[in-house]
Design a protein around this ligand. Structure first.
Ligand code: ADP
Ligand code: MG
Length: 249
């Protein structure tokens, strides 16, 4: 396991409920994430994993309960939403890079236009993070010229350019060919070892065993089980967790 996390809480979720129309998708989620903590969330398709992490940077609104990120509660207050979004990095399954911009331009867009950073400085920072994800040689290519694994590493680097305090990953390797999964997971392990706070939705249980402080199993809008990876894998308590693990391991 990676280093211990800090005492202080960066994300606090209290009795969170969300509905899509009449459909009750999140049914009372409670979660505290500490600084430098790595949380892995797994669970069947449709259980609400994406919706939960999308609520944390207000890509989805919630109807009941509280979400507090770095001391700021997420409400309709647009200024607060902007502030929280600027602190929360998000990496999606399908990369979401701008196809008409080069890799370097994808990385400098946010720092230049949102952070008002001079272009030269934004490019230096971008190159630093492209080196970190081992892809600096691709800086002047377009996303379409890269493999899926390379595009996902660009997406990670793009998030890092905004100096996030926490990174959310939504199944970052599930759209990748098997040979590319490792190169993305390796980068995520490096980030974890450097002390980035991370919430990772993934079924890559090797990653969970290696770096997670806690692994959570979600089903039908609730966190059914939450434990250290050791306990979670060797001694799952709930039948639904056992069944799920037996299907994916
Ligand atoms: P997971 O990521 O665990 O697969 P999701 O959070 O994507 O699950 O979805 C949970 C449930 O909410 C699913 O039944 C899905 O169909 C539904 N859902 C997700 N997004 C929407 C939406 N925008 N409108 C209506 N229903 C949605
Ligand atoms: Mg999902």
């Amino acid at each position: 396991m990676v280093k211990a996390y800090d005492e202080d809480v960066i994300v606090e979720i209290v009795d969170l409920h969300k509905w899509f129309g009449n459909f009750h998708v999140l049914k009372g989620i409670n979660l505290k994430v500490h600084r430098k903590e790595i949380i892995v969330i797994c669970g069947p398709s449709g259980s609400g994993k994406s919706t939960l992490i999308r609520c944390i940077n207000r890509l989805e609104t919630h109807q009941k309960g509280k979400i507090i990120v770095d001391g700021i509660e997420l409400t309709d207050n647009v200024k607060n939403i902007e502030k929280i979004r600027s602190e929360v990095g998000m990496v999606f399954q399908h990369f979401n890079l701008f196809p008409h911009l080069t890799v370097l331009e994808n990385l400098t867009l946010g720092p230049i236009w949102v952070r008002k950073m001079p272009r030269k400085q934004a490019e230096e920072i971008a190159m630093h993070f492209l080196e970190k994800v081992h892809i600096a040689d691709q800086a002047h290519k377009y996303p379409g010229q890269l493999s899926g694994g390379q595009q996902q590493r660009v997406a990670i680097a793009r998030s890092l350019c905004m100096s996030p305090k926490i990174m959310l990953f939504d199944e970052p390797t599930s759209a990748l060919d098997p040979e590319m999964i490792k190169e993305v997971l390796d980068v995520m392990v490096e980030l974890a070892e450097e002390g980035m706070t991370m919430i990772v939705v993934t079924h890559e249980m090797g990653f969970a065993k290696k770096v997670a402080h806690r692994v959570m199993f979600m089903d039908e809008g609730v966190i059914v089980e939450s434990n250290t990876p050791e306990e979670f894998f060797s001694n799952p308590r709930h039948e639904r967790t056992k069944l799920f693990l037996s299907q994916i391991l």
